[in-house]
Design a protein. Sequence first.
Length: 677
Amino acid sequence: MKHRILLATLLILAAALWPGLVGACAEEAGVEAEGNLLAAGALVAVDLDAGEAVFDFVAPTGSVYDVWLFPAGDEPPTVSAKLWRGERLVAEGEDGMPALSLRLAAGTTYRLALSGAGRGRLELARHALSRCFALPMLLEAGGDAYSKSFVREGDAHWYALDADSACPVSLLAAPSRPDMRLEALLFDGSGNLMKAGANTAGGACLLDFIPEAGARYCVRLTCPEGETGLYDLKLARLESDALPQRVTLSRRSLTIEGRDAAQLSAEVSPGGADGALYWESSQGAVAGVDAQGLVTGQAAGQAVITAYAAGGVSDSCVVTVVPVPVTGVALLSRQMTLSVGDDAAIECDVLPENASDTRLSYAAEPAGIVAVDSRGVLRGIAEGEATVTVTSRDGGFSDTLAVRVNPAPRRWRALLVGEQNYAEGVAAVRTGSIHSVSGMRSMLENLSFDGARFQVGTLLDASRDEVLSGIENGFFDAGDQDLSLFYITCHGYYAGGMTFLQMYDGSVLAAAELARALRNVKGDVLVVIDCCGSGGVIGRSSGTGDILKGIDAVFDGAVGPAVMGTSRFRVLASAALEQESYRVSFNSSAGESDMSTVFARALCEAGGWSIDRNARAALRADRNYDGRVTLTELYIYVARRVMWYLNLTGTLTGSEAQYVQTVQLWPEGDGLVVMQR
C-alpha cells in the first residue's frame, strides 16, 4: 500500500511540474537558424569540394532520422557529418550509407555540418518503412495498385524492385487530384541516380527502364510542390521487349452533348510492342476518362484526352462538351420517415439524363425539424413534420418532399477495457483479463433490444490516456435516450480516500478522472468496475464494522467522498473498498483460456452467456421470466453467484477463512433494463 501511495504522489508531482518542462522544451526548440534550412523531404545537391556545407533542420515528428549523401559524381563522396542541437554535439559519423542516425525531437532545430570531398545528394529521412533508402516498400509487378497518401508537406516515399529478369519495367504514379503533381526518381542499389520519370499534363509520372537481372532498384516518389493527398502507384513488367514508338488515337477531336459518353481507342506501334496505356484528362471537371478510354462529359467546355504508352509516347484528342439544358427534376419518392439523429439521402433525377448542370439546392420548412446539406443529405433534428423543396440551379425547376421525423430510437453502446500484460516493475500479469473482456463482449453482442443490439468496442492493455480517449470517441454522440456501458477489469486499490485503477504501463486512472470523463456522456450511463477496492467509487465497504471504521477514517483524512455514489451514474462494483477482487479457474492448468474474473463470469451468466463453454445460455438473472433484466435483478444474481463461486474454491491459502468479495450497487432498487432477449 505504501508503494501505491508513493506512486500516486509522484504522479501528482509530475503533473505539477509538467508546464515547466513544456516551457523548457519550447525555449530550446526556438534556436535561431543561421544555416540553409533543409526542408523535410528535400533532396539537395552538395559539393563538398567547395567547402563545408551547413544546414538547419526542424524535425516534423519525433522519430529516428538518417543522414544520406547519395553519390552524384564519378566516385562516392567522402564525408564527415556532425549534428548539433544548440551548442551541444549530439551525433557524428563518417562516410557510410547512412552517414549517421539519431532520434530527433519534433519541432526542435538541429544544425547539420558536412565536410569532406566529392559531390552528392543530401536527404535527411525518417528511419521507417517506405520513408528512407534503407527501408523501402517492396513492389511486386502485376499486382494491384499501391494506394498511399502524402500526409505532410515534404513527404518522400521509397519503393524497391528486385529485378528477376531483363524485361522492360513500367511504373505509373497517378495523383487523386488534378492539382497534385508527382515526381519519381530511379536509383540503383548503391544510391546512384539513374533517371527521372516523365510527367504528364495532369500531374502523373511515368517511369520506364530496362533492368539488369538480379539487381535491386529504388524509386523515390515525392510531390515537389508540397501537395498532400492520395495517389496510386502501379508497376508492370512489359510483355514485349519492344518499347512503343507511337500511339495513335481513333479520334483527334470529339464532341459530347452534356453528360453523354463516347469511347476512344488507341493503336500502339510497331506491332508487337507492349500495349499498356494510361489515359488522362487535362480538365477532369469538363470531361473524365476511365482506364479503358471511355470519355464522359461533365460540364460545358474543352478538355484534352491523352493516352500514354511505355516510354512516354502519347497521342491526344480534343473533346468539346456542349451544354444540355435542364428540363425538370423528379424525386424518386415524395415521402420519407426518419428518426431524430438519423441521416438519409434525397434521391432526385435531373432531366434529361445527360443534362449538363445537375446542381440542386435544398430548403426545409419549418426550421428546426430537419437539416439538409448541399449534397441533399437530411438529418432529423426534432420530432415533427417538414417539407423539403428541391430546386435545379439551371432553369429553377422544383419538386417537394414530405418528411416525418419520429423520436430518436434508444441505442446501446459499450466500451470494455482489459489490463493484463503489465510492464515489468508495474504489477503482476493479470491472467484472465483478456478472457473476461472477450466473454463480456460475446454476452453483450448476443443481447437484443427489440432488434437493436449493443455496439461494443474494446481496449486491451491501454494506457490512462488511451482509456480516456476511448470514452470520448466511443460515447461522443450519445443522446438523452441512449445507454452507455463502461466496463474495466484491471489491478486496482483504494488509497487516500479514492479508488485508483492501475494501467498496464504504470499510468494510473483515478476514479475522479473516470467520473469527469463519463460526466460528459448523455443519457443513461452504467459503470461496471472489476478490480480490487472498486467499491470505493461509491464509498461502499463490506459490513457494519467496516462502515464504523470508515467513519473514523474520514476524520483522519483517509476516506474521501464517493465520486460516483451521489451521481446520475449507475454503478456496479465487483468488491467493497477494502476487499480484493478475485479471478478463478476450474482447470488445474490455469491458462488464459479458462481463467477469468469471478465477477465477469457471473455477469456473463446473468446475460445468457457461458464464459466456459463460449456459448449462448439462459438469461439467468431474469427473475420474473419476462425476457428482460433490470439493474436490480442483475445485482441480485451477480452478488449471489460471486459468493457461490468463491465458496467452491475453498479457503484462503494458509488460513481457514473463506474468500469474501461483496458486489456493490448504486443506486439500489433501480429498474433500468440493462439486458434483454
